[in-house]
Design a protein around this ligand. Structure first.
Ligand code: ADP
Ligand code: ZN
Length: 733
């Protein structure tokens, strides 16, 4: 018998971030299982906790008793418990943060167990005579009429649990695990049949199928240009995997999880798909979760957080658009979906299939190195070719006295599109807010010589600063490269583009989509429909419009300033630029009239812009990999970012310095950068300062780093500063 239990206290606090031991009263010993929630004493109070392990013995004496078991069934599966432990090490988060990531908040809050118990009538119920027990008769009548009902629904209908118990004793009703019948889906999409695959598709599919037959986990990268038909490969691979009696988990970026996408999968696998994303209502999320727990859902389609669903017997995990930054969680636990998916694939001996037209450097490099399989598709399924891309040199525009935010070629093309009644997308990356200084005559941007990221302008101090290594420089009055005097802070946003459009084309109908205009999912949908139904001719937007949209009417895509992405003070800026340009280019040329892409930039010769214009991933990859090798950035190293933030500038620096001092003796070969002001130095009254640890295989240092973090948190008096740790952050601003 297990007499003791390790419990993680359900409080988000560093003070209780370790397992606590309790003894299990003998009456509970046969029921208690790992993964269950319990009530335990903690100091003078009572609190909830999660049992993570049962123990036969413990070195600690005079333990206190567990007070009560909360749920009849474990809320966490053994796999989730193991995963939570791994996450806490990998992402340097509290174990409770990792546990919370596994279960929807709505499940954690109520007393509701993981599986809803439904009460349904037994065959005997049809013939029984209950005239002498009218309350029971009425209850049974309800159950017969309305189908299986949960206990809470019965309670709402005025039926006590005592009556249910009496009916259970007479074997007239029984409880089953499942979902309430009354929340059936109203609309079932038309079912679809597998398509006949093209050669390239069939080849790739065959290799995925072979991998599915192997007994160990397999990692496959599917590099296929836009419209090469990757989704069809996913769907046929899922079918193969279901045929083996296994289940499949399909991850898509939140933004791509449109009703169209969902219909695709529901149409192919009717009745078998559960959909999980962050904007579901609580009731809807619970319902989807039930179908997973009850085994009814064989295919789970979801955004980031769905990677934790308690799906058993997984044969295939797909990550579509694997390079997307939304796969990285920016709050604790700061995991990357790809890493969690690979952990699960190994745990369940499944195939991990990563798909993208512009794979992340990390994934492509790994596949090239022979770690996993690399599959490619270089032809479009659709009859249209990839659209031609014209690069417009904005320096030249200026030299020829054209100072408008739209270049002359872009104005010409916009005019044509409007005259012909076609549609255009205008794209501007608003994250250009992290201000950089650019020479408008030659395109020169001041960069840090050791980190190769653009220096960030700190307006208040009139200084430029490298937020990796803290190097500071004053703002030049003339361009160090060409001697020109038009060197200044560069910024442009969607609002500005909209204003200029209105001035130039007063009669054109416009839609602007950015995080300000589309805070709700409905707004997003609404604009999408409006544009698709030709209610507007020009759609202006941020990266939001670069993904997943499929508008055959679009014949022109204008990238107003490629430089805002290119000069983000982040070593991944060239990679982001290449991905974004490739994606926006994929938004046009989908219809019979073809399409054209215009990219405006002050860096017309930059390799990521040239490679995107030539639709050449490999050209981009080779150059970028070489740069990363020279500066020892990922994939040649790991980065670990420690971000300190607080209201008092001096204390934040003091805390960061103190912490960095603790890192020095354990860093070994790894390089310590900073502390330095973060690129976004002040957000919401908080100063932000960071230290970056850079080195090969940093996971080796994890235990020592965890210790340093613990020491930091137990500093007395506590720093009035928060620390966020991010392993291989995707965005360092
Ligand atoms: P990707 O995900 O690679 O960008 P999609 O999966 O969206 O490409 O495919 C592009 C279009 O081609 C879709 O409309 C899809 O239905 C269609 N398609 C894919 N494969 C085939 C095929 N074998 N035969 C006909 N149409 C196909
Ligand atoms: Zn630097």
């Amino acid at each position: 018998m297990y007499k003791y239990a390790e419990v993680i206290i359900d409080l988000v606090s560093n003070a209780v971030d370790r397992p606590f031991h309790y003894s299990v009263p003998s009456a509970m010993q046969k029921d208690l299982k790992p993964g269950m929630r319990v009530t335990v004493p903690l100091g003078s109070r009572r609190t909830q906790g999660y049992v993570i392990r049962l123990l036969r013995e413990t070195a600690i004496d005079s333990l206190r008793d567990i007070i009560a078991i909360t749920d009849p069934e474990p809320l966490l599966t053994p796999e989730q418990l193991a995963l939570a432990h791994w996450l806490s090490m990998r992402c340097y988060c509290r174990i409770i943060d990792a546990i919370h990531a596994m279960i929807p908040a709505s499940f954690r809050k109520g007393k509701q167990p993981g599986v809803i118990q439904l009460i349904e009538a037994t065959p005997a119920a049809a013939t029984v005579n209950l005239d002498r027990a009218p309350a029971q008769r009425e209850a049974l009548h309800l159950v017969l009429e309305k189908g299986p009902l949960s206990r809470s629904e019965l309670a709402r209908l005025g039926i006590s649990s005592q009556i249910i118990r009496s009916l259970e004793k007479k074997d007239l009703v029984k409880s089953t695990a499942g979902r309430p019948a009354q929340v059936k889906k109203e609309k079932v999409p038309p079912s679809t049949k597998p398509l006949i695959m093209r050669n390239e598709q069939a080849n790739c599919f065959e290799q995925v199928s072979e991998a599915l037959e192997l007994p160990q986990a397999q990692r496959i990268l599917l590099h296929g240009i836009t419209a090469s038909g990757k989704t069809e490969i996913y769907m046929q691979s899922i079918a193969h995997c279901l045929g083996q009696g296994r289940t499949a988990l399909i991850m898509v970026p939140e933004i791509a999880l449109t009703p169209q996408m969902i219909e695709h999968f529901e149409g192919r696998f009717p009745g078998l798909v559960a959909v999980i994303h962050s904007r579901l209502s609580v009731a809807e999320k619970n319902r989807q979760w039930q179908t997973i727990l009850s085994g009814e859902a064989r295919v789970v389609l979801g955004a980031r957080s769905a990677v934790f669903v308690p799906l058993d017997n997984i044969g295939l995990i797909v990550i579509d658009e694997e390079h997307e930054t939304t796969y990285k969680q920016e709050e604790a636990p700061r995991y990357h979906t790809r890493d969690v998916a690979w952990w699960r694939a190994r745990h369940q001996r499944a195939v991990l299939l990563l798909g993208s037209a512009t794979p992340s450097l990390e994934s492509y490099y790994r596949a090239l190195e022979g770690d996993g399989l690399l599959l490619s598709m270089s032809e479009r399924v659709t009859p249209t070719q990839l659209p031609p891309v014209t690069i417009v040199d904005m320096r030249k525009e200026l030299k020829e006295n054209h100072r408008h935010i739209f270049s002359r070629p872009l104005i010409v093309e916009l005019t044509g599109v409007l005259e012909r009644g076609e549609q255009a997308l205008l794209f501007i990356n608003r994250r250009g807010f992290a201000g950089f200084v650019l020479c408008r005559e030659c395109g020169y941007v001041v960069r840090c010589p050791s980190c190769d990221v653009s220096l960030t302008l700190h307006k208040d101090r009139q200084l430029m600063c490298c937020h990796y290594c803290a190097r500071e420089e004053s703002v030049p009055l003339t361009c160090p490269s060409c001697g020109g005097i038009k060197i200044r802070y560069f910024s442009a946003g969607t609002q500005r583009v909209e204003d200029e459009m209105k001035k130039l084309f007063p009669s054109a109908s416009l839609i602007r989509m950015d995080s300000d205009t589309t805070s709700s999912r409905q707004a997003h949908e609404h604009f999408y429909r409006q544009f698709r139904d030709h209610k507007a001719s020009v759609l202006i937007g941020t990266q939001m419009i670069a993904k997943g949209f499929d508008f055959p009417g679009v014949t022109l895509v204008g990238v107003v300033a490629a430089d805002t992405t290119l000069n983000l003070p982040d070593f991944r800026a060239p990679e982001r630029t290449f991905q974004l340009l490739t994606q926006v280019a994929g938004r046009t040329g989908r219809g019979p009239r073809g399409g054209l892409v215009i990219v405006q930039t002050y860096h017309p010769t930059h390799y990521s812009i040239r490679a995107a214009a030539g639709h050449n991933y490999r050209e981009f990859f080779d150059q970028e990999l070489e740069n990363r090798r020279q500066l020892a950035y990922p994939p040649f190293s790991d980065l670990l970012r420690f971000l300190f933030r607080g209201p008092d500038e001096a204390t934040v620096f003091e805390a960061a310095n103190w912490f960095t001092g603790l890192l020095e003796p354990i860093a070994g070969e790894a390089e310590i950068l900073g502390p330095a002001p973060a690129s976004l130095y002040r957000i919401k009254e908080q100063y932000r300062v960071q230290t970056i640890l850079k080195g090969e295989a940093l996971t080796r240092l994890a235990p020592a780093i965890k210790k340093v973090i613990r020491e930091y948190h137990s500093h007395k008096p506590p720093w009035p500063t928060r620390l966020a740790v991010d392993f291989n952050p995707l965005v360092v601003l």
